[in-house]
Design a protein around this ligand. Structure first.
Ligand SMILES: [Zn+2]
Length: 307
């Protein structure tokens, strides 16, 4: 059986173990095609290749499915829409961030104005990579099905990296196409997650799909594919170790010592050898909230301590 999945990629940045890619995907059925993610400004050539492939297949583009509302996955939504008519779909959580690029930037990058100030570098690497916002036409939560004509898709809730993210399971090919749900562990910054609780559920959900035989291959936006149960279970286990390791490191820093978010952000980023940036800040704050919710830490004002 010929695969219905087409992959378009370019190098994005260098990580400790080699280049990190940026990809978009096209799944073409007999009746319709979908494009998964649009990449960002600077990657027009790659998006154009995907559009050309869709046009060559001669199928209408049913929708663009954004895996999640980060700049490098949605940045060319408007660019694509002006070249080929398409509905924009994503996890329903992404409505505001996909619809309003300024709000996206403010809430993603500048959520802690006393700790992160706007800069030319942030403007050029994040804000300038997003075109105008596009209306989210279809909001998914996971479980929705699409039949493209001999290519059946099922949306899978893969939240955790953001509060809302979806993956696309191409059921006949036992292939799960994801954005950043398996976060990169070797990038120079924390690739990050902002809902540790949902991230653990996502890892369990993918594990269940592999165990039931519904997923044999995982493709992602940035990382190398994981082929076969052993590789996928390995990817899940290393993300669980990262989640557990971050909890343990934060609790260690809070042992007999009250600390602020700013202090923990610096210390944990340094311990991990990661850039002290907005992604790490969002992530450490989310772990603190999760530890407090689980009764392992407490907060009063700016201060956190271990219980
Ligand atoms: Zn992302």
């Amino acid at each position: 059986m010929k695969s219905r999945i087409m992959v378009f990629e370019r190098p994005l940045l260098e990580a400790a173990d080699g280049p990190v890619m940026l990809r978009v995907f096209v799944v073409a059925g007999d009746d319709y095609a979908v494009m998964i993610d649009t990449a960002m400004i600077g990657f027009e050539e790659m998006a154009a290749e995907a559009i050309a492939a869709i046009k060559q297949q001669g199928r209408p583009l049913a929708m663009v499915i954004n895996t999640h509302a980060h700049h490098d996955h949605i940045g060319l939504n408007d660019w694509v829409k002006t070249r080929v008519p398409a509905l924009i779909a994503s996890h329903a959580w992404g409505t505001r961030w996909i619809g309003d690029a300024d709000q996206n930037y403010r809430e993603f990058v500048l959520a802690y104005p006393d700790l992160i100030q706007d800069s030319e570098e942030l403007q050029s690497t994040i804000r300038a990579t997003m075109g105008p916002g596009t209306r989210l036409n279809v909001g998914f939560f996971g479980g929705e099905r699409l039949d493209l004509g001999h290519a059946r898709l099922e949306m899978v809730d893969l939240s955790g990296h953001l509060p809302g993210e979806v993956g696309v399971l191409v059921t006949d090919e036992r292939t799960l196409i994801m954005g950043d749900a398996f976060t990169g562990l070797t990038m120079p910054f924390f690739h990050s997650h902002v809902r540790p609780d949902l991230y653990r559920q996502t890892l369990a959900r993918v594990e269940g799909l592999v165990r039931s035989g519904r997923v044999e291959l995982v493709l992602s936006s940035h990382l190398s594919p994981w082929h076969g149960p052993e590789a996928i279970y390995g990817a899940i286990a290393s993300r669980r170790r990262e989640l557990d390791g971050l909890d343990a490191a934060i609790l260690e820093e809070l042992d007999g010592e009250s600390r602020t978010l700013a202090d923990l952000w610096q210390r944990i980023s340094q311990r991990w050898g990661k850039a002290v940036d907005f992604r790490g800040l969002n992530m450490i704050d989310s772990h603190l909230a999760d530890l407090c919710r689980r009764g392992l830490a407490e907060q009063a004002g700016r201060w956190y301590w271990r219980v």
